[in-house]
Design a protein. Sequence first.
Length: 139
Amino acid sequence: MKLRPYLDSDHDDIIALWTDCGLVVPQNNPSKDITRKLKTGRDLFLVGESEVGIVGSVMGGYDGHRGWINYLAVSPSAQGLGYGRVLMESIEALLREKGCPKINLQVRNTNTKVIEFYKAIGFLDDNVVSLGKRLEFDN
Ligand SMILES: CC(C)(COP(=O)(O)OP(=O)(O)OC[C@H]1O[C@@H](n2cnc3c(N)ncnc32)[C@H](O)[C@@H]1OP(=O)(O)O)[C@@H](O)C(=O)NCCC(=O)NCCS
């Protein structure tokens, strides 16, 4: 798998990947999420491509205090090959270059099986309650 920043031509394949990975939910329009992300730049929005096409993605962000991870996905047929780890190591390296001291991420409480993956790559439970306030409704 080779990694590169997102290209506009990836749009449909990326949304298909996220759908296959169960990351698309009614409250978040993935196309709008891509448009919003691109307004902040694309250097932290990585796409993984192999000979079969797009097999992975990670949408990172840095707000000047914490790095954030969203839309981490590996195509179901390519899971278990180490691609998820490579995506996370790559985004971590880019965040370090920006001076980011810590990475945060949220896991939906319907997706707890992914927690073992994050623990395997060095993430710990921060023991916090995550709150959110919607400013724009996608659905
Ligand atoms: C989470 C996800 C990206 C992991 O990608 P992956 O390519 O399958 O993971 P890797 O093969 O790189 O695994 C890395 C390590 O995590 C471990 N791991 C992965 N999934 C695991 C699981 N469900 N339970 C326990 N360990 C797991 C692997 O054994 C491996 O450990 P090792 O390197 O010590 O052998 C992938 O499963 C996925 O896309 N899931 C659906 C989307 C999703 O839930 N995204 C995250 C939203 S918060």
